[in-house]
Design a protein around this ligand. Structure first.
Ligand SMILES: [Zn+2]
Length: 438
């Protein structure tokens, strides 16, 4: 075994039929943390104006993005006229019909990179979006799927496991070729990683390894042998894609969704920004980037698609659209997540970055107090309120809303109140009393 270690990566093979069967796409996890978080604990000062609870506000140079947007990520495998493996195949006609349904439902298909840029707070996306991905690298994705996507003008992502490209140890006649991938790359298709051999990435789990003579053997790797193997799966596959295609890979789809914290850490360290699982769910501004769920759409599960579209259709519909603005973008005081040592803080936010604020529309609500009489300075965009009635409890949530060019914008944030310092005159019983009901 030891002798074999050095050439392990070359020997790795994957049971192809297993891949054909896998019930859902891949998963991934992500390394990048979300942008909305603001400062941590900060002790506030006295209740005096301008001092109370003043917490350092993060400097922001980003666009203010709509944090209420949602995105569905779909994953497809082979496109074939005659379904033989309903778990990983769909007919071109069904696929095209689904692409049209997205359009008809008012769901905008965006690129994976736009989704990530939105998560970084760099770019806005429409309120209801979808990202389309193709897994495993089948030639039907190039020959059949791509032309359909072109017809709609939709961007998409290819998740490739490198040994499954034509010529690799797992790349047979139905596999996509490196030349086809290069053609897609040249035409703006996003190409991302899906390991080397498409297997369970957790230590000690059954995998197939290619042995001498092209035979495959089932085995379980642990310790250094496992580490070497998983490194090639997570990091080696990324490097190979980047080198062969001259691209930057920042997304990792985990085969079968089988990973754990160790694998996530490897992926994070390798520079992956997002990791994807197979547990489909609408992606929001706060979805953890190391486990973004994708919906695997197969011939035997048409309802998955219908339900996903319904999910995003209802969850963001309804009342008039409100654009959620990150508290960090408003340089709030006290800062989101900070703690003050007074029950009478000065509460401030700067709406200057939002732009187009209608002065009469600015409102502030404070938990435990309700709507409060704010002062708003149109010149600086500062909205402020000096609390005059002691805040109760250990935390306080503030909601600032306003109209910006006819659209309602809203920001929420929460700060802590150091009970010992702030609540001395308030009895424990009073503190435990919930907000008075109206
Ligand atoms: Zn796959």
């Amino acid at each position: 075994m030891t002798i074999r270690l050095a050439i392990l990566p070359l020997l790795l093979a994957l049971n192809f039929s297993m891949c054909q069967k896998h019930p859902s796409p891949t998963t991934s996890s992500e390394p990048v943390s979300s942008p909305p978080a603001s400062a941590g604990e900060t002790a506030g000062g006295s209740p005096g104006p301008g001092v109370a609870g003043a917490a350092p506000s993060p400097k922001i140079a980003k666009a203010v993005v709509d944090q209420t947007a949602q995105t569905l990520i779909f994953c497809y495998h082979r496109l074939v006229d005659k379904i033989r493996y309903p778990g990983t195949e769909i007919t071109p006609a069904d696929f095209e019909a689904q692409m049209k349904q997205l359009k008809d439902a008012g769901i905008t298909v965006i690129s994976m990179q736009d989704l990530l840029a939105w998560r970084r707070g760099e770019k806005n996306i429409p309120p209801r979006c979808a990202v389309i991905s193709f897994d495993d690298g089948w030639k039907s994705q190039y020959e059949v799927g791509w032309p359909i996507m072109k017809k709609f003008g939709y961007p998409f992502t290819m998740f490739i496991y490198t040994e499954g490209v034509r010529g690799g140890s797992l790349g047979g006649g139905e596999a996509i070729t490196w030349e086809q991938l290069a053609d897609m790359r040249d035409n703006g298709v996003d190409i991302e990683a899906h390991t080397a051999t498409h297997q369970d990435l957790r230590e000690g789990h059954n995998i197939m390894l290619a042995a001498a003579g092209g035979k495959r053997t089932r085995t379980k790797l642990t310790g250094p042998a496992y580490e070497q193997w998983v490194h090639n799966e997570v990091v080696g596959s990324k490097e190979l894609l980047e080198q062969r295609l001259g691209i930057k890979v920042n997304c990792f789809a985990v085969p079968f969704g089988n990973y754990n914290e160790h694998v996530k850490e490897l992926a994070r360290n390798a520079g992956y920004e997002a990791m994807f699982t197979v547990y489909g769910q609408p992606i929001t501004f706060t979805s953890p980037l190391d486990s973004l769920g994708r919906y695997a759409i197969e011939a035997n599960k048409p309802k998955v698609f219908v339900d996903a579209v319904k999910m995003i259709g209802t969850s963001s519909g309804g009342a008039a659209a409100v654009a959620e603005v990150g508290a960090a973008d408003l340089s709030t005081q006290p800062a989101d997540g900070s703690t003050v040592r007074t029950a009478l803080p000065l509460i401030k936010a700067n709406l200057g970055r939002v732009g187009g604020i209608e002065p009469g529309s600015v409102q502030m609500r404070v938990s435990g107090l309700g709507a409060v009489p704010v002062s708003y300075d149109p010149k600086t965009g500062t909205v402020s309120y000096q609390v005059t009635q002691k805040l109760r409890g250990n935390s306080c949530t503030v909601i600032v809303s306003a109209k910006s060019e006819g659209k309602k914008v809203e920001a929420h944030w929460t700060f802590g109140i150091d009970a010992a310092a702030a609540a001395a005159p308030v009895s424990a019983a009073a503190r435990a009393t919930p907000t008075p009901k109206k």
